[in-house]
Design a protein around this ligand. Structure first.
Ligand code: COA
Ligand code: ZN
Length: 306
């Protein structure tokens, strides 16, 4: 097996994780979690989302979260997820340099999530691209491996959104398994096909562990040369507009896996665990992290993995 030597982790817990929590989390606690996770060494982070506060009340303090990073090195590494031009305007006004624009491959999920068809969302993406040529834009391609409403998503639907984004000059595309239905053979097939058609794109994967296959899917993606993953501390996460969605692949589980495979991430697994423990103690939020639930220090002692 030939794996990449280095993998970049984009932490999405403060966005994908917190958006799935109904009970209000204090802004100061959100900010502290963001800082602790940056300190753990993640390359990038989705720190919040500028969405309608009616759609997701938990994200109504997005501006404060972003502003807390001003003057720190972290602001340059911070993404905000946005569903439309209005969200992009709010994010950029508050100092964001990196936007994650979410569009689903399946029409039913895109309608449920952002109330637009994928074609309408691509038009919105085009307006955002035009308005902010200097800003880094990532396409977060939701339901790329299956839809909670439509089931199988034909490859043509995935390809259409990818092609639309590529035409607009987007180079950063994340394939999201929004409801955790992907299997390794499918990951290999889809990644290989997309990489063949668009070798210039910086591809990444965002895996939910709903059916326990996120680690297996990670290995399949690594074999196809994927070297960027989005994960959430503590395995929190899930789209409130995707029935049945549960937590992301936990950052600590991903880092543990990559450490053990000899792949460099620059992330300190113990610091991620400490950040997750802080998050759980302050917010009551907990997701599904395997590594966090074992006596980790005993496991790591003498193995040189930390
Ligand atoms: N941020 C804040 N407010 C927004 C907004 C944004 N990005 N986009 C729209 N709004 C406001 C409008 O100003 C308007 O406000 P008003 O009622 O005070 O006039 C209201 O929301 C309705 O605007 P409209 O354009 O008709 O939006 P909508 O009701 O069709 O909802 C979205 C569309 C995209 C705003 C909403 O579905 C949304 O925020 N979805 C995000 C879902 C999400 O976060 N999913 C998880 C992440 S993948
Ligand atoms: Zn997600």
């Amino acid at each position: 097996m030939k794996f990449p030597k280095k993998v970049r982790i984009c932490e999405v817990g403060p966005r994908d994780g917190f958006q799935s929590v109904v009970q209000w989390i204090e802004t100061s606690d959100k900010i502290e979690v963001v800082k602790r996770l940056f300190e753990a060494g993640v390359d990038l982070m989705e720190v919040t989302s500028f969405v309608s506060p009616k759609a997701i009340p938990q994200m109504q303090d997005a501006a404060e979260v972003v502003q807390s990073l001003k003057g720190t090195p972290y602001i340059g590494k911070a993404f905000a997820l946005v569903p439309n031009k209005k969200g992009a305007d709010r994010a950029v006004e508050n100092g964001i340099n990196r936007l994650a624009v979410v569009i689903s491959a399946s029409e039913a999920h895109n309608m449920s999530n952002v109330r637009k068809t994928p074609a309408q969302s691509l038009k919105e993406l085009s307006e955002i691209r035009k308005a902010y040529p200097q800003i880094h834009i990532k396409l977060s391609l939701a339901t790329a491996f299956g839809c909670p409403f439509e089931g199988e998503v034909p490859m043509e639907r995935v390809q259409e959104v990818v092609d639309g984004a590529v035409t607009l000059g987007i180079h950063d595309i994340c394939l999201c398994d929004t409801i955790g239905v992907a299997v390794p053979t499918q990951v290999s097939r889809i990644v290989a096909e997309l990489k063949l058609n668009h070798p210039q794109i910086d591809w990444s994967l965002h895996l939910h562990n709903t059916r326990g296959l996120a680690a297996a899917n990670t290995v399949a993606a690594l074999e196809e040369g994927i070297d960027r993953f989005e994960t959430a501390a503590g395995g929190l996460g899930g789209c409130p507009f995707a029935p049945g969605a549960s937590g992301n692949m936990a950052t600590e589980d991903m880092v543990y896996l990559l450490d053990e495979l000899g792949i460099v991430t620059g992330v300190n697994v113990n610091k991620v665990i400490a950040a997750t423990e802080f998050m759980t103690s302050r917010t009551g939020c907990s997701g599904d992290s395997k590594i966090n639930s074992v006596t980790i220090h005993k496991i790591f002692q003498g193995r040189g993995a930390v």
